[in-house]
Design a protein around this ligand. Structure first.
Ligand code: YYY
Ligand code: MG
Length: 143
């Protein structure tokens, strides 16, 4: 299986709950390596651009307000099959439907404040990583 990269965002609700470390620990325990990481308070323009694919959806304005309501951590995770591994760790978009033990089941309140973002395909991941990180900001983990 190929080594992939995927984009993770720990959203404002989870940052406010002070569970950044607990979430990163789940990534590490699943064999994903953090190869880039930063904390940012997204501007409206950054949040709108990131979620442009959802522009016509009824929840778009609320999503942008939520994503700009406080700081987030944006990270790149690397590992075998990392896109799907990360989505499995996150659980379903609606935390009420997320499997027990997933990040959204444990830390999210509702579908609109659901703790984490993860790329949904290798193609989306490439676009999303490039949206937040320059090439030189993603580090090789060779040791
Ligand atoms: O990839 P994922 O985050 O699991 O879900 P998407 O369908 O891509 O939606 C992105 C984001 O939009 C979701 O995490 C919360 C929000 N959202 C919402 O507020 N209400 C919905 N009915 C669907 C999605
Ligand atoms: Mg999505």
């Amino acid at each position: 299986m190929a080594i992939e990269r995927t984009l993770s965002i720990i959203k404002p609700d989870a940052v406010a709950k002070n569970v950044i470390g607990e979430i990163y620990t789940r990534f590490e325990k699943a064999g994903l390596k953090i190869v880039a990481a930063k904390m940012m308070h997204l501007t409206q323009e950054q949040a709108e651009g990131f979620y442009a694919e959802h522009k016509e959806r009824p929840f778009f304005n609320d999503l942008v307000s939520f994503m700009t309501s406080g700081p987030v951590t944006v990270s790149v995770l690397e590992g075998e099959n990392s896109v799907l591994t990360h989505r499995d760790l996150m659980g379903a978009t609606n935390p009420a439907e997320a499997d027990a033990g997933t990040i959204r089941a444990d830390f999210a309140q509702s579908i609109d404040e659901n703790a984490v973002h993860g790329s949904d395909s290798v193609e989306s991941a490439a676009r999303e990583v490039a949206y937040f990180f320059a090439d030189g900001e993603v580090c090789a983990r060779t040791r």
